[in-house]
Design a protein around this ligand. Structure first.
Ligand code: NAP
Length: 252
């Protein structure tokens, strides 16, 4: 059961960071993988890199926030797989500002990609997930869902909303054989956080709050996503696994 053999898995935002590490790990564990990104060029480059390593995954250029793009994903799954065993709602963005500095468009964009799109994708693919009989949705939230970690309010709101989305769908869809869980990473080395990783003052502040005294590698998050996708985690639903090097239990 420590494998994903023959599981059909969709990973949104699969070309960089945590999503990319998840695509690789899922393939290593035997899954068939479909991934998305907004860049056709990045998709083709990643497909090529994977095929040179002996893996085959398919990428679709699709913006999670666009209805017509989400339908493109659904059409591909209907045509090639019918069922869907694993959905990883990973694609996410951030715009960091003080609350009063956001334009309405910026604020709504963060919510659209991080919170609304996972709900729309999960609903759109519900019939495919139901067909699996043993499906798992994993929503990638954040430490920012639980505490203020200086990410800006819209990001924090979007991720805390995503945690409750996971819990509510976990209850609603349990009888259909669909589990829904979240993973909440703290600072992880990816293109999203690159700016901070080279900022000594910011890094010192992050490390001083983190008992393990380092940030995470993307593979330390994809391993949790893989576990939640597996049948090994079959009695876990509606939960949030926090991967933060001890940051949230460090009071002093
Ligand atoms: N890194 C961290 O420290 C950290 C901590 C907590 C939570 N997280 C969460 O973990 C998830 C992944 O973060 P990451 O650090 O790996 O980010 P990343 O390095 O910026 O990668 C994000 C991936 O998502 C894709 N993407 C972004 N917006 C998209 C959209 N609208 N539609 C489709 N694909 C989209 C990106 O490709 P394109 O740009 O080409 O579309 C890219 O492949 C996010 O939900 C993030 O909020 C990250």
């Amino acid at each position: 059961m420590w494998k994903l053999d023959n599981k059909k898995a969709l990973i949104t935002g699969g070309t960089k960071g945590i999503g990319r590490a998840s695509v690789v790990e899922f393939l290593q564990l035997g899954a068939d993988v479909l991934f998305t990104s907004r860049s056709e060029e990045d998709i083709r480059a990643f497909e090529k890199e994977l095929s040179e390593k002996g893996f085959k995954a398919h990428g679709i250029e699709a913006d999670s926030a666009k209805k017509e793009d989400r339908e493109k994903i659904k059409n591909w799954i209907d045509k090639h797989w019918g069922k869907l065993d694993v959905l990883v709602n990973n694609a996410g963005i951030n715009i960091r500002k003080k609350a009063n500095d956001y334009s309405e468009e910026e604020f709504r964009k963060v919510l659209e990609i991080n919170l609304i799109a996972p709900f729309e994708i999960s609903r759109l693919l519900y019939s495919n997930l139901k067909k699996s009989g043993n499906a798992s949705i994993i929503n990638v939230a954040s430490s920012a869902a639980i505490q203020d970690v200086g990410t800006g309010t819209p990001y924090a709101m979007s991720k805390s909303g995503l945690l409750q989305q996971s819990r509510s769908l976990a209850v609603e869809w349990a009888q259909e054989g669909i589990r829904v869980n979240s993973v909440s990473p703290w600072f992880t080395k990816t293109p999203l956080t690159e700016g901070f990783l080279h900022n000594e003052e910011k890094m010192n502040a992050i490390l001083s709050r983190t008992p393990l005294n380092r940030v995470a590698e993307a593979e330390e998050i994809s391993s949790i996503i893989s576990f939640l996708a597996m049948d090994k985690s079959s009695f876990i639903t509606g939960q949030n696994i926090i991967a933060d090097g001890g940051m949230s239990i460090n009071a002093l």
